[in-house]
Design a protein around this ligand. Structure first.
Ligand code: LIP
Length: 257
């Protein structure tokens, strides 16, 4: 299944690339949440191909009406993760596809067609970037940890969320090496998996933002949890915390100060 998925995702990458270098008409789903015709085009392409090829899986996708979709044997698709970057031609943006069997992680693929970076993982078989095995960093000193985070779209409308983001940064920034905010949760998780970041956290993400990246991270030796340190549950938890494992305890402590 993995090779067929990659073949289809690479084909979708051509539509993605064409859109990235074109002039884009942007529509707003919410105050800060935007969408382009390329999100829809990439998603439709993937849906048609996946539904034809993998008929025992349903497809849950960002730009679709998923109300009658039951999460079980599912392919969870984000056609363009990091849409704001895509629109502004910042090349940190990717197609994200996470495959779940009976709700359990099975295959994760994140493809950045602009930088030609393909992250893949099958549960039990390790994680790879362009065919090279990747693994998390072994840094265990939180003060030396490079973190990544993201800001929720709700920061434009919900003062509680905005305050939560700011208070957490105020607490954690002096206690780590530094914090990055590059704007694609899928790639942020892959960057922890590759040892670029030691940890990553964000609130209010959707399942399609993280469904693939968390499989890749876990296969690279990393750890994922909710803010209480319990298993992260797709579609349910407000916060996702991800790390190389070594700094996870302090990550939890520093976000629950
Ligand atoms: C985005 C994320 C980004 C996050 C945004 C949003 P989209 O996904 O990957 O990191 O900060 O809130 O969820 O909407 O571009 O697919």
């Amino acid at each position: 299944m993995k090779n067929k998925l990659i073949e289809i995702i690479k084909e979708a990458g051509e539509i993605f690339k064409e859109g990235y270098y074109s002039k884009k008409d942007v529509t707003f789903k919410a105050k800060k949440d935007l969408v382009t015709k390329y999100d829809v085009a990439v998603e439709n392409f993937l849906k048609v191909r996946f539904e034809k090829e993998f008929y025992d899986f349903n497809v849950i996708a960002e730009e679709s009406d998923n109300t009658d979709k039951i999460f079980s044997n599912s392919i969870i698709v984000d056609p363009i993760d990091g849409t704001t970057n895509f629109v502004n031609k910042l090349p940190h943006t990717a197609i994200s596809v996470g495959v779940y069997k009976d709700k359990k992680p099975y295959i994760g693929i994140v493809f950045n067609p602009i930088l030609d970076q393909l992250y893949t993982a099958v549960v039990g078989e390790g994680a790879y970037c362009n065919g090279e095995k990747i693994q998390v960093s072994d840094e265990s000193d939180f003060q030396k940890a490079l973190l990544s985070t993201g800001f929720p779209y709700s920061s434009g409308t919900c003062e509680d969320d905005l305050n939560d983001v700011v208070e957490k940064i105020k607490h954690i920034l002096p206690r780590c090496q530094d914090i990055r905010r590059l704007g694609s949760a899928a790639l942020d998780l892959c960057y922890v998996a590759s040892g670029i970041y030691e940890a990553y956290y964000e609130m209010n993400l959707k399942a399609w933002d993280v469904s693939a990246g968390l499989i890749i991270l876990q296969e690279a030796g990393g750890k994922v949890s909710n803010i209480d340190g319990n298993d992260y549950v797709l579609f349910e938890n407000k916060y996702i915390l991800a790390s190389n494992g070594y700094v996870h305890k302090e990550l939890i402590e520093n976000l629950n100060f």
